[in-house]
Design a binder for this molecule. Structure first.
Ligand SMILES: NC(=O)c1ccc[n+]([C@@H]2O[C@H](COP(=O)([O-])OP(=O)(O)OC[C@H]3O[C@@H](n4cnc5c(N)ncnc54)[C@H](O)[C@@H]3O)[C@@H](O)[C@H]2O)c1
Length: 450
């Protein structure tokens, strides 16, 4: 290392330790905004970057749109000049640390769509300067930071490990989980080369309680994919068991509740109407795509995907049978209220929600469909389910419930009156994909688990 290289490598950890470093977070969504708040809280002057000027304006007024970064705290950080948001990406040059938290969806052909990451990295490259640390946080396949991010950053002549530092650190946000916040979730980190590893550890070490360093960028990327594949496969397993046990007259939820009393070697996962959210239905296929390059199949992932994707049809078949048996009503003539639009309980996030799939299948069969969701008063615009945009949540009263032939519980939000839905067994057919009624001790001849 030359004297210049050494001083570049030593400056950043010193700045970080003294909290004199400026931190830039790109992509102020579910991941980026809580991270920006955590960095500001840790004492860094933090700038949030987003291409959506409505979002940056709201944030500068201290008005948050993400529960994990509450408005009250955000307003305080803005007032104390520790956080501000902007859509002026020229200010990236002022940042010592740049963390990229932009979306990584799949294309229509279910292949990785890195266009957001690539566009962002090209923008970062415009103001890249010696001494900067650039970290990718977006979930992606192993090799992305090294093969896609690095060449784009190095195109201007600066070299990773010598002039600037490159890292990967996967996000582990769990929206709606009150037990963990950004700060208390251990963070896996990796840097390319020893200087980058030191810089990335110094940054995250200041922001979260515990960092878990791994040896390479590819390893850190593989950790995140492994966590999500693990969930996808285990959810598929209990979904399959649900169908098998149901055929045998066994309640899978009772089985899981008893099995989880085993103090070792078992971890509970719960069945549902299909997978939702930005991560579990999508990320495993990043690995599937990449493994083709190595002629390696990912059979577990494919099988899990197949089972999870088949769940909405299974649920509709159960609903159809229950309507026929209990009410002598054909699905095509039925009015159905779907309860729970978001993909998981107690959050408003509707991305990739299987409820959309259920509603589409029902409408295709001719049923009249409405929904109730206390977290989603009106369906926001979505790329794949645009036809539902603007539909409003039906209020839940005994009168509205009695106006339906069936109620299908898709997401088990806590603030739904399940007793009201159950009634005295005299109301509509109830199909419960989450054991929301069973868990509350509510049973009746009209309630069917699916
Ligand atoms: N949501 C989660 O719970 C979660 C958990 C772990 C990892 N992740 C991963 O984190 C990444 C981000 O996900 P998210 O849920 O925060 O997404 P999000 O949709 O909530 O937020 C993304 C933000 O990036 C902005 N954006 C898009 N393109 C941009 C660009 N070119 N420049 C600047 N900003 C841009 C959008 O306006 C939006 O505000 C993804 O890779 C995702 O897989 C998400």
């Amino acid at each position: 290392m030359s004297v210049v290289e050494r001083s570049v490598a030593e400056t950043l950890p010193t700045l970080l330790q003294a909290r004199r470093a400026t931190v830039g977070i790109i992509g102020l969504g579910y991941v980026g905004l809580p991270l920006a708040a955590a960095a500001a809280r840790a004492g860094f002057s933090t700038i949030g970057f987003d291409i959506d000027p409505q979002r940056t304006e709201r944030l500068n007024r201290g008005d948050s749109y993400i529960d994990a970064a509450p408005s009250e705290e955000l307003a305080r950080l803005v007032a104390e000049r520790r956080f501000r948001a902007t859509d002026d990406f020229a200010q990236l040059g002022d940042c010592d640390v740049v963390a990229i938290c932009v979306p990584t969806p799949l294309t229509r052909q279910r292949e990785p769509d890195l266009s957001y990451v690539e566009a962002t990295v090209r923008t970062v490259a415009l103001t890249l300067r010696p001494g900067q640390l650039v970290v990718l946080e977006s979930t992606t396949y192993p090799g992305t930071t090294r093969e896609v991010v690095k060449p784009l950053l190095e195109a201007g002549g600066l070299k990773s490990g010598r002039d600037f530092f490159l890292g990967f650190s996967p996000e582990r946000e769990d929206p709606g989980n009150a037990d963990f916040a950004t700060r208390s979730i251990p963070k896996v980190v990796a840097g390319e080369g020893p200087a980058a590893a030191r810089a990335v550890e110094a940054f995250y070490g200041a922001v979260v309680e515990r960092v878990v360093p791994v040896s390479t960028l590819d390893t850190a990327e593989a950790v995140k994919i492994t966590e999500n594949v693990f969930r996808a496969v285990n959810i598929a397993l209990v979904n399959e068991l649900k169908m098998v046990f149901d055929a045998m007259g066994i309640d899978v939820w009772e089985v899981i509740d008893a099995a989880k009393t085993k103090p070792f070697g078992f971890m509970p996962f719960y069945p549902g109407p299909g997978l939702g959210g930005h991560c579990i239905p999508i990320d495993p296929f990043y690995l599937t795509w990449k493994s083709r390059e190595f002629d390696m199949p990912t059979r577990f992932i494919e099988l899990a995907g197949e089972i999870n994707l088949s769940m909405p049809r299974y649920v509709i078949a159960r609903l159809e049978a229950a309507l026929d048996a209990q009410a002598g009503k054909a699905l095509g003539q039925a009015r159905v209220l779907v309860v729970g639009l978001s993909y998981k309980k107690n959050v408003a996030d509707v991305r990739e929600s299987p409820t959309f799939k259920l509603m589409e299948l029902l409408e295709k069969r001719g049923a009249a469909v409405a929904f109730h969701d206390p977290h989603v008063p009106v369906i926001p615009p979505t790329r794949e389910h645009a036809a539902f945009t603007g539909r409003g949540s039906t209020p839940l009263t005994r009168e509205t419930i009695l106006g339906f032939d069936a109620v299908l519980v898709s997401t088990d939000h806590d603030d739904v009156d399940y007793a009201l839905i159950a009634g005295n067994g005299d109301g509509p057919v109830v199909v419960d994909t989450r054991n929301a009624f069973g868990r509350r001790g509510l049973a009746g001849p009209n309630i069917v688990k699916a």
